[in-house]
Design a protein around this ligand. Structure first.
Ligand SMILES: Nc1nc2c(ncn2[C@@H]2O[C@H](COP(=O)(O)OP(=O)(O)OP(=O)(O)O)[C@@H](O)[C@H]2O)c(=O)[nH]1
Ligand SMILES: [Mg+2]
Length: 300
């Protein structure tokens, strides 16, 4: 199912992006793919799903798979589900990007490295290298982690400043197996617009609501209709308590308005057309209390 001619020498494969929370995995995938398919925020645990971002060049198709940051702090049904997403993705990958943050490497990073199968080529990606001015220190840091595993390559990058990304891409390309492309040349993700819309609203909750709210809420798309170029989207933010609902709505509805406006603008950019967006806030306590419930809300 592709527009591309099948030429020999074409490479295609799945590239897992893994690491502890907040190292910049989703930011990295978005800049590699050139579109915002995965949501990002300065708070940890932003990503909650396996998200594919696809990039096709003349001689390769890169199927990146962004994953939730691996959780080592609390064990609860949601975190167990997130971690299972990480381990399932690892076992189905041709190449792995093990993402760390320049200058910090600890137990939560090591736990992720321990999960990575020895026989899958793995690149050590040291992200946020823009924060480090001391080049020699960065080298030493890289060497310290490099000693822990036989990495196929070690690449310091800055996803934010788009530094060293073509170098990283070239290292990945060399490791991809020879295969015909799986997706069409223009595809950027295998996720539906409905799913992406829910994620965009969730990102705005992460960005505009207080510290604890993002972790106790989720987003459901109740209706998604298309009428010509116009998409009409009805979303619900599910929260645990009445007090949370009030916090999301904000003074005279100001916060919800901000969330809606920013979400709509992102959707219009990603979908390439006008969006009518309505968001309701609903109290649904216990939505994350068990794994069956989580599946019902789209968590695998
Ligand atoms: N300075 C700097 N900040 C970055 C860079 N890459 C990402 N960030 C910031 O790091 C924060 C986390 O980025 P995300 O991409 O959401 O991180 P993540 O690893 O996907 O996080 P989880 O999904 O929560 O595990 C955001 O505030 C990003 O803007 C970078 O190269 N340099
Ligand atoms: Mg993420």
């Amino acid at each position: 199912m592709t527009d591309l001619p099948e030429k020999s020498g074409f490479r295609c494969g799945y590239i897992a992006i893994v690491g502890r929370p907040n190292v910049g995995k989703s930011t990295l995938m978005n800049v590699l793919v050139g579109a915002k398919v995965s949501i990002t925020s300065r708070k940890a645990q932003t990503t909650r799903h396996r998200i594919t971002g696809i990039q096709t060049t003349d001689d390769a198709q890169f199927i990146y798979v962004d994953t939730p940051g691996f959780q080592t702090r609390h064990s609860n049904p949601l975190n167990r589900t997130l971690n299972r997403t990480v381990t399932d993705t690892l076992s189905a990958s041709d190449v792995i990007l093990f993402v760390t943050e320049a200058g910090t490497y600890g137990d939560p990073d090591q736990k992720v490295l321990d999960l990575i199968p020895e026989d899958v080529p793995t690149i050590l990606v040291i992200n946020k290298s823009d924060r480090v001015k001391d080049r020699a220190g960065l080298m030493q840091f890289a060497q310290k982690i490099a000693a822990k595993r036989n990495f196929a390559a070690i690449v310091p990058v800055s996803a934010k400043q788009r530094f060293q990304l073509s170098n990283l891409q070239e290292e990945v390309r060399k490791l991809l197996p020879e295969n015909a492309p799986v997706f069409d040349q223009d595809d950027i993700t295998d996720r539906s617009e409905r799913f992406l819309a829910a994620e965009i609203v969730r990102e705005k909750v992460f960005r505009f609501a207080g510290d604890e709210l993002p972790y106790t809420s989720t987003v459901l798309i109740e209706k998604f209709e298309q009428e010509g170029a116009l998409r009409r989207i009805f979303a619900a933010i599910l929260v645990e308590r009445d007090s949370h609902k009030a916090m999301i709505i904000g003074q005279k509805g100001a916060r919800l308005k901000e969330i809606s406006t920013q979400a709509r603008l992102d959707m219009e950019k990603l979908f390439g057309g006008p969006v009518y967006l309505e968001i309701w806030v609903k109290v649904k306590s216990g939505w994350a209390d068990n794994e069956a419930g989580l599946r019902a809300y789209g968590y695998e």
